[in-house]
Design a protein around this ligand. Structure first.
Ligand code: HAM
Length: 409
């Protein structure tokens, strides 16, 4: 990512810090790699991520380590290791960082990509599901992305194995007509067939038993409460019985957010509840829920949708020198300007005044400071306002304070 790319990257990262902090989440940074075992247990052996997308290798000590394919498992591991749940089960954490998946690269899908996500631990109440969803909505909306389409589902918990059996009973006699990939899924991860992109599979599943009809009364109540809270918050969503998500740790609430202009990789954010993950990773039972947004996809969507990303000047002032003997004084002025908080630059190659002015124009600076021998003799500088081309003479000693006052009135 070059400086031009980083303008958009910083904008989305900044929005993550701002919005997540507003919802009461504190930042956590976990290592870029973990023991392989953590992801196998946490994400699930039968998932695509674990079975074919991980960057796994042995370190020099012969331990199998994996570049993190997602953030949740590492956050859980860190909380357990730091004994956070012993102090209180309730923790609200967020992260921003790169993730790694050995997927087939295409537009919006990379082998190294960035996620910003939140995880709320210790609360079973549907209020927290709604909070996480409102936070997701506000984050995407804060970036100017439209529409923000939330698809929501509940996949239950203890009742799921019985549902999966029903689903398999329905699919089994129809299995021979399906593509190879879905046949594999039938064995390894039948629930994932529900969000298959294969038209034949989708058609076949139109009349399949719906998870919504097989939820326990507690799961139904939970889901209804989440929906009521979202309605009250004015957050639009759609219930989609085919949303199951590709990670094994989800229980009950699952969701994804899509938008326009991204083609096949249109999920810009996804998440759900994971009430059994903490105990599976090796701790006491602590419920959790969270999401992760794909920053690369958010930026693609912003560009696709022509959201104005402030690509204004990265400099406030350019110091132009006339004659070699002025460069040391210019350097002093430059340092004073920078210390006063201004993004100031000068030429480092001893180029002509014309070339320096050209650079100042290209940088689109609002002010140019001109230093010639006459000015230095008078201990003055000429300040040119590049908007209206007006000029004034300013004592060198006051240059930094006057210009910074003008830039930050
Ligand atoms: P996920 O659905 O695997 O969930 O990924 C979340 C988001 O990361 C996706 O919606 C997408 O925007 C982005 N993403 C995933 N893979 C790629 C890729 N190869 N290239 C670009 N972007 C990608 C998780 O990772 C869960 N940990 C989310 C979560 C947090 N659930 C609970 N807490």
């Amino acid at each position: 990512m070059l400086p031009e790319d980083m303008v958009a990257q910083q904008r989305v990262e900044q929005a993550a810090h701002e919005v997540f902090a507003r919802f009461g989440y504190g930042e956590i940074r976990t290592p870029m790699f973990e023991r392989t075992e953590l992801f196998v247990r946490g994400i699930g052996e039968a998932t695509d991520i674990v079975s074919k997308e991980m960057y796994t290798f042995d370190d020099r000590g012969g331990r199998s380590v994996t570049l993190r394919p997602e953030g949740t498992a590492g956050v859980v591991r860190a909380c357990l290791e730091q004994n956070l749940f012993k102090q209180s089960p309730v923790h609200k954490l967020y992260y921003v960082g790169p993730m790694f998946r050995y997927e087939r690269p295409q537009a919006g899908r990379y082998r190294e990509f960035w996620q910003a996500g939140i995880e709320a631990f210790g609360v079973s109440d549907p209020l927290i599901d709604a909070e996480v969803l409102v936070c997701a909505y506000e984050f995407v909306a804060a970036l100017g992305i439209k529409p923000v389409e939330i698809r929501l589902n509940s996949i239950g918990n203890e009742e799921r194995p019985a549902y999966i059996e029903k689903l398999k009973d329905y699919i089994r006699p129809r299995l021979a007509d399906l593509g190879g990939r879905d046949q594999e899924r039938f064995e390894a991860n039948p629930l994932r067939m529900l969000d298959s992109k294969d038209a034949r599979t989708r058609e076949m599943l139109a009349d399949a038993p719906k998870v919504a009809d097989h939820l326990s009364s507690e799961s139904v109540e939970h889901f209804e409460a989440v929906r009521r809270l979202l309605d009250k918050s004015g957050v639009p969503y759609e219930v989609d019985p085919y949303i199951v998500r590709g990670l094994d740790y989800y229980t009950r609430t699952v969701f994804e957010i899509t938008t326009d202009g991204l083609g096949a990789q249109d999920a810009i954010l996804a998440g759900g509840r994971y009430d059994d993950l903490v105990s599976e990773v090796g701790g006491q039972a602590v419920p959790g829920i969270g999401f992760a947004a794909g920053l690369d996809r958010l930026i693609l969507a912003m560009r696709e949708q022509d959201v104005a990303i402030d690509e204004g000047s990265r400099h406030d002032v350019y110091v132009v020198t006339i004659g070699d003997d002025t460069r040391e004084t210019a350097f002093e002025a430059l340092t004073a300007l920078r210390r006063a908080g201004m993004r100031a630059e000068m030429d480092h190659q001893g180029r002509s005044v014309r070339a320096q002015m050209k650079t100042a124009n290209q940088l689109r600076v609002p002010y140019v400071v001109v230093l010639g021998e006459d000015e230095i003799a008078q201990q003055e500088a000429t300040v040119r306002n590049m908007d209206d081309q007006s000029q004034e003479t300013v004592p060198l000693a006051e240059l930094a304070s006057r210009l910074s006052a003008r830039s930050n009135p």
